[in-house]
Design a protein around this ligand. Structure first.
Ligand SMILES: C[S@@+](CC[C@H](N)C(=O)[O-])C[C@H]1O[C@@H](n2cnc3c(N)ncnc32)[C@H](O)[C@@H]1O
Length: 253
């Protein structure tokens, strides 16, 4: 699909989602308020991934493809000067409202992730959650590298498409929150190679091998048991990351 059609379709899809979420927030404004752990503990990879950004006090951070803007608020609470960008005006409105409701300052900017309106070396840290797989990876990687300062770091958390069984399940199984845009595609080994071409060394960590079951079947005890199982399995056989549901990728220029 030509880029402009892809952008239009992504924007339309996410604005529609944001409109339906806005109905809830109009009725229950308090629902915009949250604690760091509400965000960081709702998926198993989030807390360790954010730790990879290091100390953010006084740093310039970008929430890349911010969507609802929860990560932007958490970054601001960690002492960063935060910019949040997204293609969808609807989600940007939610991110602005969320920053206000949580009493933090976030500079929300409408932007295409493949053509960022920021100067070279503008950021010390970039956080991206479920965004890279909506973009042309080599173009986005070059933009990330351009806006990162030397010594900076980008951490992106993305659905991983390396497990053929999981690909089949994603395709055929019904599960909550399954709605997808026509162009998004879980990252594959070829995308990691493209990231390596731009950044050189790339660190990849897999998350949710057994714990991916919680996508269809959850409960705190089951989740905790599966999470412990994952920690042990992935420590014992590191190569199993390739079969996980999500990857956390760390990029340093
Ligand atoms: C799956 S959501 C993830 C949002 C948020 N980071 C999160 O953790 O929930 C994908 C986001 O990417 C945004 N997006 C899609 N294509 C984009 C593009 N070309 N440039 C910037 N943002 C884009 C969408 O508007 C949406 O907010």
């Amino acid at each position: 699909m030509p880029t402009t059609d892809r952008l239009r379709s992504e924007q339309h899809f996410h604005d529609r989602q944001a409109r339906s979420r806005a109905v809830t927030f109009r009725r229950r404004h308090n629902a915009l308020c949250f604690t760091d752990s509400d965000y960081l503990d709702h998926e198993t990879w989030l807390r360790p991934a954010m730790a990879r950004l290091g100390d953010l006090t006084g740093r310039c951070a970008l929430d890349y493809g911010c969507g609802h803007g929860m990560a932007a608020v958490v970054l601001a609470r960690r002492g960063a000067a935060v910019t949040a960008c997204d293609l969808s005006p609807g989600y940007l409105a939610e991110a602005r409202a969320r920053a206000r409701a949580n009493d933090v300052t976030v500079n929300c900017v409408a932007a295409d992730g493949e053509r960022l309106p920021f100067s070279d070396r503008a950021f010390d840290a970039v956080w991206g959650h479920a965004i890279l797989h909506h973009l042309d990876v080599p173009t986005a990687a070059r933009e990330l590298r351009r806006v990162l300062r030397p010594g900076g770091v980008a951490v992106v958390c993305e659905p991983w498409g390396g497990n053929p069984l999981l690909r089949t399940a994603r395709r055929w199984l019904p599960y909550p929150g399954k709605a997808r845009t026509p162009d998004e595609e879980p990252l594959r080994p070829a995308h990691l190679r493209q990231l390596r071409d731009v950044f050189g060394h790339v660190e990849v960590e897999g998350h949710q091998l057994l714990a991916m079951v919680r996508r269809v079947w959850s409960g705190p005890r089951l989740t905790a048991a599966l999470r412990r199982g994952d920690e042990q399995l992935l420590r014992a056989v590191p190569g199993l990351w390739q079969f996980c549901r999500y990857v956390v990728v760390t990029l340093r220029p």
